[in-house]
Design a protein around this ligand. Structure first.
Ligand code: FE2
Ligand code: FE2
Length: 283
């Protein structure tokens, strides 16, 4: 696997903040080709994004003084810009999810409660380590979405565009929090212990929310529906098992997010998507 230098040392183009807005007015409840549990799985992740991304931006901004390198300083600004637009679009997305009959407000309160605990009990740099861990998840999620076109096959076009755009930008900025964490003196012990904890809490939350949302539409106890989402993630189109290897890369002492090369999938996304992707003008 090719090792790419840290982003602020690289010659990659600067991060771009794309102020996109997606027209969600015609998105049906089961927008992923009518697949109920799979549509819910994506909606489930969306519910976590606005609060989660605000937490990421706050923890990165709290360390911006460590971005002595001008490229890293610019990356920190662009990171906050990209995450800001993601949050805004996921707020709109989540309003749609609520209109589809899911208990979004209650679930968001749960996410807020968790992050409030992190803000209250974790020291500042530990919060940045949480961000690094969750940014590794979002980068892998992005890789998962972009590496296989089949993953959003049959999805409503606006949703496919939104998820691919978010996936791409997560890969573009995947090393910013990490580079800042290193610059702030973050240790291997800190980032790996936080990763173990964050993984357990994150997946417990995903499972809890999936059950809650499926119950809200009367399929909470449907073995067929649960099997359909497991099948989607692991078998057809699958891909989660391949990601496990990337997940464990994080525990290598010399790990850097750009060790996982996403240049090709990003180039492919730019070619297919074209920019701008929006059919509404930004407000
Ligand atoms: Fe994001
Ligand atoms: Fe991110």
């Amino acid at each position: 696997m090719q090792t790419i230098p840290m982003s602020h040392e690289s010659h990659e183009p600067p991060l771009e903040v794309r102020n996109l807005r997606f027209d969600l007015s015609t998105v049906p409840r089961y927008w992923h080709g009518g697949r109920r549990a799979v549509s819910i799985f994506f909606d489930n992740l969306s519910v976590m994004f606005p609060e989660g991304e605000r937490f990421f931006v706050a923890s990165v901004q709290a360390h911006r003084a460590f971005a002595k390198d001008p490229r890293l300083a610019a990356d920190v600004r662009a990171f906050s810009g990209q995450e800001g637009v993601h949050s805004r679009e996921h707020v709109r997305y989540n309003a749609m999810v609520a209109a589809h009959g899911y208990p979004v407000e209650k679930m968001e309160r749960g996410v807020t409660w968790l992050l409030a605990g992190a803000k209250r009990f974790l020291p500042r740099r530990r919060r940045l380590a949480v961000t690094c861990a969750l940014e590794h998840f979002t980068a892998l999620m992005g890789h998962f979405i972009l590496a296989d076109e089949g993953l959003l096959e049959g999805a409503h076009p606006a949703m496919a565009e939104l998820w691919r755009w978010h996936a791409a930008e997560e890969n573009e900025h995947k090393s910013v929090a990490y580079d800042l964490f290193q610059a702030a003196g973050g240790t291997y012990f800190e980032r790996t212990t936080v990763m173990v904890l964050a993984s357990v809490i994150f997946w417990a939350k995903v499972l809890e929310q999936q059950a809650r949302m499926m119950s809200a539409v009367g399929i909470g106890f449907s073995v067929r529906e649960w099997a359909s989402v497991v099948r989607f993630l692991f078998i057809e189109p699958g891909g989660m098992l391949r990601l496990t290897r990337f997940y464990f890369d994080y525990f290598r002492p010399t790990f850097h997010p750009r060790d996982i090369d996403s240049t090709e999938i990003l180039e492919a996304w730019k070619r297919v998507a074209g920019v701008p992707l929006t059919n509404e003008s930004p407000s």
